[in-house]
Design a protein. Structure first.
Length: 321
């Protein structure tokens, strides 16, 4: 066989390997407030399993409602806790409105939520832990959705939806439900007392995809012993989505400790930075995001809105990072 033929065969084999890797990859697409940036209110991520199952995590305020064209089909909605910036008490009308540090979120959806409206419109399942499923079931009923689409999975349990195994893990944070999500006398009493309703503790998630990739979604949390004993030792998470925003959650130093010493994954996606972390898609100096990257001992991927990243079963980025 001559050199030309050898080169052709090698090119064909390389292309086939590349296509196979792409077919087996989990795709992760951030849905932020500004295209190509990582901004102050960004929380939402879409995970797409190789089998096509699509999971929306913490829709928050940067998904422009159920009609947001970036959503596409959604099979599962996850909500780590019911604070407005995660469940979505209001949301953007369009992308790129306002600044990256202060996006415009003029569409108020109270007493419903962005997450519930998306679940109902997409006929998805909303999978949560603690006491949240009953609350979301009642909200689905109020928007003429199916209450049975609100599914429970508690700590140590597992629920498989669309070929993806889902479990909840503890998070150290608060989970008070604002009275603004409620109606009637109870809402007025709670508001007057300055307290929220209880829907149980907040959660994180561990997802196991069909290509073997195990992903830890931290939600809003501080450092927990479970990050080593459960997330690392039991589930063996290789990709971590970790909040780094400080004050309300782990800051960059604490988050780096979680990554470097407790979970020791193969890669991490920064989340919940509460800042205009990038400009023109480049991480800005002096930001928490830059500090976290410098402290992490594993690759840190920055979730630029609309830019899809792909990961193999070992959390190696195979595209878009």
């Amino acid at each position: 066989m001559n050199n030309a033929c050898n080169s052709l065969v090698a090119a064909i084999l390389a292309s086939a390997i590349s296509l196979s890797a792409a077919a087996d990859a989990v795709k992760v697409t951030p849905l932020g407030s500004h295209d190509g940036e990582f901004c102050a209110m960004d929380r939402a991520l879409i995970f797409e399993d190789p089998n096509g199952t699509r999971i929306l995590y913490d829709a928050g305020r940067t998904v422009a409602g159920a009609d947001d064209p970036r959503l596409g089909n959604i099979d599962v909605v996850l909500v780590s806790h019911v604070h407005g910036d995660h469940v979505g008490d209001r949301h953007i009308r369009d992308v790129n409105q306002g600044s990256c540090g202060g996006p415009e979120v003029p569409v108020v959806v109270l007493p419903e939520s962005n997450s519930v409206n998306i679940t109902a419109a997409k006929k998805a399942k909303i999978v949560t832990g603690s006491e949240m499923p009953a609350f979301f079931a009642s909200k689905l009923k109020s928007v003429e959705g199916n209450p049975e689409d609100s599914l429970l999975v508690r700590f140590g349990a597992e629920r498989v939806v669309g070929g993806v195994a889902i479990t909840t893990v503890p998070a150290v944070h608060s989970n008070g439900l604002s009275p603004s999500f409620l109606t009637g006398p109870l809402a007025e009493y709670l508001k007057a007392a300055g307290v929220g309703a209880s829907v149980g503790p907040p959660t994180g998630y561990v997802l196991t995809f069909s290509n073997g990739l195990v992903v830890y979604l931290s939600g809003d949390t501080g450092i927990t012993a479970e990050q080593k004993l459960v997330v690392k030792d039991h589930y063996g998470a290789s990709l971590v989505v970790l909040n780094i925003g400080d004050t309300y959650t782990t800051g960059p130093e604490e988050a780096a400790y979680v990554v470097n010493d407790l979970i020791q994954p193969n890669a991490v996606i920064a989340s919940h930075a509460n800042e205009a972390a990038t400009q023109d898609g480049v991480v800005r100096d002096g930001t928490r995001t830059r500090q976290f990257i410098s402290l992490s001992s594993v690759p840190v991927h920055v979730p630029l809105s609309g830019k899809t990243m792909s990961f193999d079963g070992s959390a190696n980025c195979t595209g878009g990072c």
